[in-house]
Design a protein around this ligand. Structure first.
Ligand SMILES: Cc1ncc(COP(=O)(O)O)c(C=O)c1O
Length: 344
């Protein structure tokens, strides 16, 4: 039985065409800066985001953490959202490797305000760490793919400038935000000193992320990547997948958004499920199991027996993410199965 894997967009597999493109990639030694495919990918991302330079890194985590390192100093404090990937899923790297402390703000579906940022900024005092960086995640993973509004980012940037703080964007799914809002990527990225994008989520490349920023920052990022053992050699083989993804898989994200919205709408009326389809802005669907006869874990097990994988998000919540390889028919089948599970 073919599995419909809705656990994450990270499970997306490279297509045959992408594999063929990778096999033909021109390569060289990227630690010498001589890999033409890596260089091309970096130029493409810098160009898309309106930045001077970019650096190919192994993962989104590596991209976020190198960015934090190059924007802060030992003993500084970095403002993040409480449910963000950086705060929850990056194994405490910022403190473990780079000696900075994370200061979380409680947002609403990942979004916080400039007033909240202002309240978090430490005054100059010998006892306090120095606030140095503000991180924003857009779209927000645990916020159910929510989009951080551009006008709020602008207000936060004004505060950042006033207090001489740096800004980092965890744009693992920035392409989803841009496709959904039709706001160009550059309009988002212009407020940030560093931006990380991921190629291995909705874009379906097997590996890789890219950090973009001013050239001196990216030169420094290259040093830190080397320090972390992330200097790669003939990385053009995997960078080629990123080039292919940027050329072919950006616009199709709209399909994923359509499918996510379709899933939300078609399960919203099932007794025992709670979801507001209006909350689904991109490719992530989070619904609550309100049926007292079934736990979310049991629902996941029943789904699996029908060839569908979803993720336990919180005790009573389940997450489904649409991506390349998931078709409208899969969504119709999934909602039919959920209907059966809850009516049984
Ligand atoms: C918002 C966000 N940022 C960063 C990452 C980290 O990416 P990676 O798994 O490549 O380290 C993820 C991964 O799911 C993510 O959702």
């Amino acid at each position: 039985m073919r599995l419909i894997d809705l656990r994450s967009d990270t499970v997306t597999l490279p297509t045959e065409e992408m594999r063929a493109f990778m096999a033909k990639a021109e390569v060289g030694d990227d630690v010498f800066g001589e890999d033409p495919s890596v260089n091309k990918l970096q130029e493409m991302v810098a160009d898309l985001l309106g930045k001077e330079a970019a650096l190919f890194v192994a993962s989104g985590t590596m991209g976020n953490e190198i960015s934090i390192k190059i924007l802060s100093n030992w003993g500084d404090e970095v403002i993040v959202e409480q449910e963000s990937h950086i705060f929850n899923y990056e194994v405490g790297v910022a403190s473990a490797f780079f000696g900075v402390q994370l200061s979380p703000i409680k947002g609403i579906k990942g979004v916080f305000t400039s007033e909240q940022v202002k309240d978090k900024i430490r005054p100059e005092n010998i006892h306090f760490p120095r606030t140095k960086v503000i991180c924003i995640e857009n779209t927000h993973n645990r916020g159910g793919g929510n989009i951080f509004p551009l006008d709020e980012i602008e207000r936060i940037k004004k505060i950042a400038d006033k207090y001489k703080l740096k800004m980092h964007l965890d744009g693992a799914r920035l392409f989803n935000a841009s496709v959904a809002t039709k706001i160009p990527l550059k309009e988002y990225s212009k407020f940030f000193d560093t931006v990380t994008i991921c190629l291995s989520k909705g874009l379906a490349a097997p590996v890789g992320s890219v950090i973009a920023g001013d050239k001196p920052l990216i030169d420094e990022a290259r040093r830190i990547r080397k320090m972390m053992g992330g200097g790669m050699r003939q990385a053009g083989i995997i960078a080629a997948a990123g080039i292919y993804a940027l050329e072919h898989h950006l616009e199709r994200l709209e399909e994923d958004h359509y499918n996510a919205s379709l899933l939300a709408k078609s399960i919203a009326d099932i007794k025992g499920i709670k979801i507001d389809p209006n909350d689904v802005k991109t490719n992530i669907v989070i619904f609550e199991v309100t049926d007292t006869r079934l736990s979310a874990q049991e629902v996941i097990e029943k789904l699996l027996k029908n060839g569908i994988k979803m993720l336990l998000f919180k005790e009573k919540f389940i997450r489904a993410v649409t991506h390349l390889g998931i078709e409208e028919n899969d969504i119709r089948y999934t909602s039919m199965v959920l209907d059966k599970i809850f009516s049984g």
